[in-house]
Design a protein around this ligand. Structure first.
Ligand code: FNR
Length: 381
């Protein structure tokens, strides 16, 4: 683990440790994966301004995200099936985030339940909500998040229907799941992963199984999920959810200026400029390319964060300089988790922290508030 110098190293290690179907699940985008690639590639088009002979002592990465003090402006994004990268993955990632002083966001589609994660952490985490057609189930899920002490609700807007990921279908992660002997063999070639999985006590998909009507196992869950994403979800539902939740609300998956204006109108506390890590609309622009336009349009009315394609502290700094108050990472922490469980997630965060700190200093700045457009040498966005 100590040999991992960057997120790319962690990715290589995760590929060796996690069964192919689950590594691919984390690593893939939808259809041609063009948007997924653009998310990463567009960061390289932004150039930072090198400054010299500036006092670089007394640096700090501390700031706030949605009113919460954070040790750096990087939160863990909600990711489904995190517990398949490593046994008890959501608990381990939440603990690593807690230790690092950054927010953890638990997905509706997590393996460990809200209650499991709450029982194994002390710091309140954030909960990500998918709005299902069964609104009683949704209301109940909101109540469970409140009871578990979650301190913000992240409402995902960009998954009313599911973009297709070809790798998942090839790997048997379809509806219903279709595992062949080849897939079982792939798991058997990852003995450490298998042993950890055999030891876990968690109920799989604990937010849903046993709580949604007629969902008692993996097969019924997969059918239920496919039917339950709501193609009629509207801004009116956001108002209902805001009222039912009553706490900090973050709207995730806004990529268009008009939608950003609607999001600001709802009175939500923050939005996340995101295309779901290139897993939904293939052909959509990268998140970083849309960030400045959205900040211009609504940045004075709602806190604007971004995710998608961040693979280093340099990327985090570029996002801040283009106007983000904070950033979220998905795959970087999943690679860490697959590579080395809790320590791997901690290492992913440490790598990004050191990169961010050094890069800020080399731009001649000392604190996060200094990460403004002033540090950009060139940007096409
Ligand atoms: C996701 N994402 C996601 N988003 C969400 O709101 N709910 C979810 O359950 C999931 N599930 C999920 C699974 C996996 C494996 C990935 C990679 C992503 C999207 C996620 O929150 C975030 O928007 C992206 O991961 C950000 O892009 P990067 O950092 O992965 O490039």
């Amino acid at each position: 683990m100590t040999q991992a110098l960057d997120i790319a190293d962690l990715k290589k290690k995760a590929r060796r440790r996690v069964p192919k179907m689950f590594f691919d699940y984390a690593d893939s985008g939808s259809y041609t994966q063009g948007t997924y690639r653009a998310n990463e590639a567009d960061f390289q088009k932004i150039k930072l301004r090198q400054r010299v002979l500036v006092d670089m002592t007394n640096r700090s990465l501390e700031t706030t995200m949605v009113g919460r003090a954070v040790s750096m402006p990087v939160a863990l994004a909600p990711t489904g099936l995190t517990g398949m990268q490593h046994a008890d993955g959501e608990i381990l990632a939440a603990q690593a985030a807690e230790e690092a002083g950054v927010p953890f966001t638990l997905s509706t589609m997590s393996i460990c339940s809200i209650e499991d994660v709450a029982a194994h952490t002390k710091t309140p985490f954030w909960f990500q909500l998918y709005v299902m057609k069964d609104r009683d189930f949704v209301g109940n899920l909101i109540d469970r998040a409140k009871a578990a002490g979650c301190s913000a609700l992240v409402l995902t807007l960009d998954l009313q229907i599911l973009g297709q990921r070809h790798n998942d279908i090839r790997n048997g992660l379809s509806t219903p799941p279709k595992f062949t002997p080849k897939h079982i063999l792939q798991m058997a070639t990852r003995p450490f992963w298998c042993l950890d999985m055999l030891k876990t006590q968690r109920r799989t998909f604990g937010n849903i199984v046993g709580h949604a009507k007629n969902v008692s196992d993996l097969s019924s869950l997969s059918t239920w999920t496919a039917e339950q994403f709501d193609p009629q979800l509207s801004w009116k539902d956001v108002a209902w959810i805001k009222e039912r939740w009553g706490g900090k609300l973050i709207l995730k998956g806004v990529l268009d200026v008009e939608d950003a204006k609607m999001a600001a109108e709802t009175g939500a506390d923050a939005l996340i400029v995101s295309n779901h890590g290139g897993r939904q609309l293939d052909g959509a622009p990268s998140s970083i390319s849309m960030l400045p336009k959205i900040v211009d349009a609504v940045g004075d009315r709602i806190e604007v964060h971004m995710d998608g394609g961040i693979r280093s502290g340099q990327d985090v700094l570029k996002a801040l300089a283009l106007g983000a108050k904070g950033t979220f990472i998905g795959r970087p922490f999943l690679y860490g988790l697959g590579a080395g469980g809790r320590d791997g997630v901690k290492l992913a965060l440490d790598i990004i922290r050191k990169e961010l700190d050094t890069t800020l200093a080399l731009c001649g700045k000392r604190v996060i508030a200094d990460a403004t457009s002033e540090i950009i040498a060139e940007s096409p966005f």
